[in-house]
Design a binder for this molecule. Structure first.
Ligand SMILES: O=C(O)CCC(=O)C(=O)O
Ligand SMILES: [Fe+2]
Length: 400
């Protein structure tokens, strides 16, 4: 890791306080510009939200997660995700198979050989605890449609109440026009002619796709990665959704982000956790160490589609070799379950190309496919092939 590249830090304060004066409006414009630039160049950045979040709160959440992960396995198993919808609850990923579908790579070089499902057969070394947006009429027989299972107060006092508050806070950060519009440069219902430059109708259309986010709150526990472990704490991947707000405990040199850089050779790429189709990518892995008062934010593959490939969803991975037990608590601000995702007219205006437009794809279908991918990591090739076929039935949809 020799690069001196540094991810941008964007102070969100102007969006988290009222903007009444021309100076305050100008400050918001500057934030909008910085976000747009960061999405174009990195897809990964820090958001300084210290005016919005008491720094003790995320520390407390990480401590609660650590308490849960340190419970005896049989206690954790009482809320096993198999008791619900196979998604909500704790999971042990010490032998997971990370799946790298190519479905969402929009407007990239897609030779026929790249349309097949790619997998990277390396084990991850972490455990997780997942909560999703609650649904009306839960049905545990339906994937993703069960009920959240919080550790009871008798096992980890205060867990549920504190996590639920954090979810509310992150939902506001994700959706409310103060933030989302800043990416889209809409300020107080006025459309700014910078960035992607949505018209107000287009902004309303986009807003209707994210105003009931099918969010995911995850706590992740990372034991130290053994020296002889043939894998990663969390293998290289792109987040598939909309926006990830990641808080992690202060452990340094764990989360790494792959920045493309012509001429730079990533450390022995196949061994370094890149998916097969990226083995020839030129770039560097840089550390994204926690910065006090900030969350690390990255954009998921839905933005890549909305922005017609202008915004980059960036590969990242975790290699945790220090001796402590690392905890991170990503919040995934996702589109609505029934949102139909397709490139936005504003993005197409900027690109100005005539590439065939992909068919809209339902976000719920994408999350289900993703869930099935993770469930099949231990059940072999058949289901995965089925998912692979699902991915490739869309041939032409995401190919230029
Ligand atoms: O734990 C981290 O730092 C990153 C986790 C992550 O990338 C994910 O859950 O998608
Ligand atoms: Fe991620």
């Amino acid at each position: 890791m020799t690069s001196n590249l540094q991810l941008p830090i964007i102070d969100m304060a102007p969006y988290l306080t009222p903007a009444a004066t021309p100076e305050q409006v100008a400050a918001r414009k500057a934030v909008s510009g910085a976000l747009h630039d960061a999405c174009l160049r990195f897809g990964f950045f820090y958001l300084d939200i210290s005016t919005y979040v008491d720094p003790l709160v995320p520390d407390e959440l990480a401590a609660l997660a650590r308490d849960f992960f340190h419970l005896p396995q049989e206690v954790k198993d009482r809320i096993s995700l198999t008791k619900q919808d196979n998604a909500r609850g704790p999971s042990l990923s010490q032998a997971s198979l990370r799946v790298q579908p190519t479905r969402f790579t929009y407007l990239q070089d897609t030779s026929a050989s790249k349309r097949t499902l790619r997998t990277e057969r390396r084990a991850d070394n972490h455990e997780g605890l997942d909560f999703y947006r609650p649904v009306e009429q839960p049905d545990r027989a339906r994937p993703l449609w069960g009920e959240n299972q919080y550790p009871p107060d008798s096992d980890v006092p205060g867990f549920r109440a504190k996590y639920e508050l954090w979810v509310e806070k992150m939902k506001i950060l994700g959706l409310i026009e103060r933030f989302c519009s800043s990416i889209w440069h809409v300020i107080d219902a006025l459309v700014m002619a910078i960035g992607l430059g949505l018209t107000s109708e287009e902004w309303q259309e986009l807003r209707a796709q994210v105003d009931d986010s099918f969010w995911v709150m995850r706590a992740i526990g990372y034991p130290p990665l053994p020296d002889d472990h043939d894998g990663f704490s969390c293998g290289a991947h792109k987040d598939y959704g909309c926006l990830t707000f990641l808080y992690a405990d202060p452990t340094p040199s764990a989360l790494q982000v792959f920045l493309q850089q012509p001429g730079a050779v990533a450390d022995a790429a196949p061994l370094a956790g890149l998916p097969v189709e990226q083995w020839d990518a030129e770039g560097v892995w840089i550390n994204a160490d926690p910065i006090p008062g900030c969350v690390v934010c990255n954009i998921g593959e839905m933005w890549e589609i909305w922005s017609a490939g202008l915004y980059k969803s960036t590969l990242h991975r975790v290699i945790h070799r220090s001796s402590n037990y690392r905890v991170s608590i990503p919040f995934f601000f996702e589109p609505n379950f029934d949102a139909m995702i397709k490139p936005l007219a504003a993005a197409k205006r900027i690109r100005g190309d005539t590439a065939p437009e992909p068919e809209p794809v339902s976000y719920g279908e994408i999350s289900l496919s993703n869930l099935i991918c993770s469930l099949t990591r231990s059940t072999g090739a058949f289901l995965m092939k089925k998912v692979g076929n699902n991915f490739t039935t869309g041939k032409g949809k995401y190919d230029s």
